[in-house]
Design a binder for this molecule. Structure first.
Ligand SMILES: *[C@@H]1O[C@H](CO)[C@@H](O)[C@H](O)[C@H]1NC(C)=O
Ligand SMILES: *[C@@H]1O[C@H](CO)[C@@H](O)[C@H](O)[C@H]1NC(C)=O
Ligand SMILES: *[C@@H]1O[C@H](CO)[C@@H](O)[C@H](O)[C@H]1NC(C)=O
Ligand SMILES: *[C@@H]1O[C@H](CO)[C@@H](O)[C@H](O)[C@H]1NC(C)=O
Ligand SMILES: *[C@@H]1O[C@H](CO)[C@@H](O)[C@H](O)[C@H]1NC(C)=O
Ligand SMILES: *[C@@H]1O[C@H](CO)[C@@H](O)[C@H](O)[C@H]1NC(C)=O
Ligand SMILES: CC(=O)N[C@H]1CO[C@H](CO)[C@@H](O)[C@@H]1O
Length: 312
């Protein structure tokens, strides 16, 4: 009995670690809000059925709404792809996320996701709510997916890393939120940066906002993603933060096929005046929904594990 207990625990721990990695790879998805009516679901399904082709025909972003506010059945939908993807890969990603969302979120009114579609490793975003979202900055809820590994295992000078990371992320943030074009995928930037102390790889960072925001709202959204990562998972080797209006991810490897055409640059040099240490706070944001999707996956998996262990 004791032996089996220990085995179950360590297997569960392994499984948890594995699932954390899995969840990490699968980026951000949230489903929330009160339960919806049959009319709401029907309107949602109507909008979703033509969404992938509408996104493609509209240059990579599309938004629409359907239903009546009085009947509590009005649905607002928006979707987008990243800049630079082929239409067919983007469409496949959207079809995948739509199907996945319908399965995982059959009854709730609101969802957003910044996900990738494995076969092409192309990423796209889907969002629907029962209130008007066009042009509105929405910061919560948010998802937070840390890379499970620590950065301390590969670097020695944390202060130098911290300085280069902040400068790199600031550079990416400025570029992503400065809309130079009228393209619907204007708020986007991806950088590949060589850091002083990391010799065998580069630092990859990607940021994107929905195009209906103002530049300052986009900047604020991305800034809050960066701060959230620093607050909760500073010291990890990477991570992603998703909010309804924007997405930020960084890692020590390229992801989402987003860096194929990105030129490698050197980390910005340290500021000339004595650099101040970044203040890092600990603890969870009360509004965070970060752990919810993990729990949804982990609970059934652990039940399966018990069944499995019982069979031995
Ligand atoms: C959206 O649904 C929530 C309950 O889930 C409700 O309180 C709110 O009034 C609804 N908003 C609109 C615009 O219908
Ligand atoms: C749902 O939609 C139908 C047809 O549009 C309408 O007749 C019905 O009253 C709606 N139901 C609710 C609960 O609003
Ligand atoms: C990379 O560049 C090639 C050639 O210009 C282009 O076809 C492709 O779409 C680009 N990929 C991305 C992800 O930007
Ligand atoms: C990362 O660092 C934390 C705190 O120093 C430690 O508790 C944890 O075990 C480390 N994780 C890994 C994967 O090395
Ligand atoms: C990054 O931007 C923040 C906020 O604008 C600023 O406080 C900080 O000094 C910047 N850091 C670097 C290294 O540029
Ligand atoms: C990111 O911004 C930099 C600086 O503006 C620019 O040179 C680079 O082409 C941008 N990269 C992408 C992928 O948009
Ligand atoms: C690109 C796009 O379809 N934009 C539309 C989103 O919704 C607003 C408000 O309904 C429209 O004004 C935009 O044209």
């Amino acid at each position: 009995m004791g032996k089996r207990c220990v085995m179950t625990t360590s297997l569960s721990l392994l499984l948890l670690l594995f699932l954390q990695t899995l969840n990490y790879v699968h980026a951000s998805f949230l489903c929330y809000g009160d339960f919806s009516t049959a009319n709401y679901s029907r309107n949602r399904d109507n909008l979703l059925s033509s969404l992938p082709s509408n996104v493609i025909n509209n240059g990579g972003f599309y938004n629409a709404s359907l239903g009546s506010d009085s009947g509590n059945s009005r649905v607002h939908v928006s979707a987008l792809c990243r800049r630079g993807y082929e239409d067919q890969a983007c469409k496949a990603c959207l079809e995948h996320v739509i199907q996945d969302t319908k399965e995982k979120c059959p009854h709730q009114k609101e969802t957003f996701s910044w996900v990738t579609h494995e076969p092409n490793d192309v990423s796209c975003s889907l969002r629907y709510t029962n209130h008007s979202i066009f042009g509105k900055l929405e910061l919560s809820p948010f998802t937070l997916n840390p890379n499970p590994n620590n950065i301390s295992s590969i670097i020695k000078n944390m202060a130098l890393f911290s300085q280069e990371w902040t400068a790199t992320v600031n550079r990416t943030l400025e570029a992503a939120s400065t809309a130079e074009t009228s393209s619907v995928l204007k708020y986007y930037n991806a950088t590949r940066t060589e850091f002083t102390e990391i010799s065998d790889t580069d630092v990859y960072a990607l940021m994107q906002c929905t195009p209906d925001l103002s530049p300052s709202d986009c900047k604020r959204c991305l800034r809050e993603c960066v701060t959230e990562f620093q607050k909760q998972y500073w010291g990890r080797q990477g991570g992603g933060v998703g909010r309804p209006s924007c997405y930020f991810r960084w890692d020590l490897f390229p992801f989402y096929k987003a860096f194929d055409n990105v030129t490698r640059v050197l980390a910005p040099p340290p500021p000339t005046q004595a650099s101040s240490t970044a203040t890092l706070h600990c603890g969870r944001d009360k509004n965070g929904f970060g752990g919810r999707n993990i729990a949804i996956i982990v609970v059934p998996a652990i039940i399966n594990l018990f069944i499995f262990v019982g069979l031995i």
